[in-house]
Design a protein around this ligand. Structure first.
Ligand SMILES: [Cu+2]
Length: 227
């Protein structure tokens, strides 16, 4: 089994890993078959005194077989991938009523994390923007409104099995639910300029009580009279 994938802390991560494993093992089997055939042919058809090469024109049957087999494999993988893709990337299939909504904006070379504040509206006075630090509660549905201020970046949290390009002048929605508290890296996964390799944010997944305390510290008015 594959052991070198990063730890999975996402509710939909297992589905992604299953696909990854399936593709990996199919590829491995094909690799072994091709290499074994290559080695057998190298030995069988090596130069031997008195043995002459024959002229062949290929085999239509074989061509059809491996084209059809490949098509079937790709089609089956697509069938299994589609619902998984939908679940993660299609806003219509997102869990309704997110617990937290955050706007993440890529910019050379940082991630801006903007919280809408108690009014739940962006571009108002109680918005809070943090550089490179994303805070979310554990076991909560988090919607990310992803965009970019300059060039194309890519929001990537390996432990969440979530990766999405961030485009300027466009908002792309993604979501996740983290199942383990901790601090996880958010590298930029799209070569975006000279400082790309240093573009690194952090996802902080807190226990609910710790998250509530964090929110109260930022927006004390919420506790007094807020919503
Ligand atoms: Cu970048």
């Amino acid at each position: 089994m594959l052991r070198w994938l990063p730890e999975n802390i996402s509710t939909y991560g297992q589905g992604v890993d299953n696909l990854f494993h399936a593709i990996y093992y199919i590829t491995l089997i094909v690799l072994i078959l091709v290499m074994a055939t290559l080695i057998v042919f190298l030995i069988k058809y090596r130069h031997q005194e008195g043995k002459r090469a024959t002229y062949i024109e290929g085999s239509t049957t074989l061509e059809i077989v491996w084209t059809a087999a490949t098509t079937v494999i790709v089609f089956v993988l697509a069938m299994f991938s589609y619902p998984q893709w939908n679940k993660i990337k299609s806003p219509n299939s997102f869990p309704e009523k997110p617990d937290v909504v955050v706007q993440v904006s890529g910019k050379q070379f940082n991630w801006d994390m903007t919280y809408p504040g108690p009014d739940n509206e962006f571009e108002t006075d109680d918005d809070l923007t943090l550089e490179n630090e994303l805070h979310v509660p554990i076991n909560a549905v988090v919607h990310i409104r992803l965009t970019s201020i300059d060039v194309i970046h890519s929001f990537f949290v390996p432990q969440l099995r979530l990766k999405q390009d961030a485009l300027p002048n466009r908002f792309i929605n993604v979501w996740f639910e983290a199942t383990k508290a901790g601090r996880y890296e958010i590298p930029c996964a799209e070569l975006c300029g000279f400082g790309h390799s240093g573009m690194l944010g952090y996802l902080n997944v807190h226990a609910q009580a710790d998250y509530d305390a964090w929110v109260q510290e930022r927006w004390p008015q919420q506790a007094e009279g807020g919503q």
